[in-house]
Design a protein around this ligand. Structure first.
Ligand SMILES: C[S@@+](CC[C@H](N)C(=O)[O-])C[C@H]1O[C@@H](n2cnc3c(N)ncnc32)[C@H](O)[C@@H]1O
Length: 239
């Protein structure tokens, strides 16, 4: 089982995430837009989408709404986040459009059959893994996606240009000052410490590395779109 980086304050107050990341709605909309555009090309009656990490369910709602045929299985390993997601996704769970699964994302994918999934999507989850876990995960993503399937990940993806990355990081850390104005210094501290951990050599996720990884795994049309500070979206189609 991998570690859980979303317990405590940042989980309790996850609904305030957008305060420190004012572009967050737009970012999630873009992920869903890519899923919606891709779905238009699928002629099947049902589209199977696996979401890696539901968090509080804010990305999940957009994914399930991206196309009427989509059913989402969303995987998360943090009980307090799952509780929030259950609440926020109640209506979709009742309709059988969303299923929340308590598991580690790598361990879950390892149990799936080859070429069995149309879309794998994720928002702000994969950067939480260590380099070794990320390699394992991406090998599984490639194995379980159908040929022609979509992988889309909106995440904290550092620019490989050091100066640009420093600037992005500084802008993000400064944005957390807004929590002070709302009397939430502990939340600010929690997110800054999370950022510091994300910078560690065995965790930081670089744009050029992820593009090359997808190409090496046999993805085509690999692109990075949308960047606001460290948040960017990478996607590709499995050959
Ligand atoms: C920042 S939240 C993302 C929420 C939402 N997608 C968003 O953009 O606001 C990240 C979620 O990933 C989950 N997560 C991180 N590592 C995981 C792992 N190895 N297995 C399952 N879930 C994981 C955390 O528990 C957390 O709920």
């Amino acid at each position: 089982m991998t570690e859980q980086r979303f317990s405590g304050k940042i989980s309790e107050k996850y609904s305030l995430y957008g305060m420190g990341s004012p572009h967050h709605d737009e970012f999630e909309e873009k992920i869903a837009e890519i899923v919606g555009e891709f779905s238009k090309k699928i002629t099947d009656e049902k589209i199977r989408l696996i979401e890696l990490g539901c968090g509080d369910g804010s990305t999940t709602i957009r994914l399930v709404n991206a196309d009427q045929r989509i059913a989402v299985d969303t995987i998360d390993n943090e009980p307090s986040m799952i509780e929030q997601a259950k609440n926020n996704l109640k209506e979709f769970i009742e309709k059988g459009k969303v299923k929340i699964i308590y598991a580690d994302v790598v361990e879950y994918l390892q149990k799936l059959e080859n070429s069995s999934v149309d879309i794998i999507a994720s928002g702000l989850v994969i950067h939480n893994l260590t380099g070794v876990q990320r390699t394992e995960l991406m090998n599984e993503v490639s194995r379980v996606l159908k040929s022609g399937g979509l992988f889309v990940n909106g995440d904290k993806i550092a620019q490989s240009d050091y100066e640009k990355h420093q600037e992005d990081l500084w802008n993000q850390i400064q944005a957390y000052d807004l929590y002070l104005k709302h009397g939430l210094p502990e939340l600010r501290k929690g997110w800054i410490l999370h950022c510091i951990e994300d910078e560690k050599e065995d965790r930081i996720m670089y744009d050029d590395v992820e593009v090359e990884r997808l190409k090496d795994l046999g993805f085509k049309d690999v692109k990075i779109i949308f960047r606001h500070w460290m948040d960017a979206i990478i996607f590709g189609i499995k050959r």
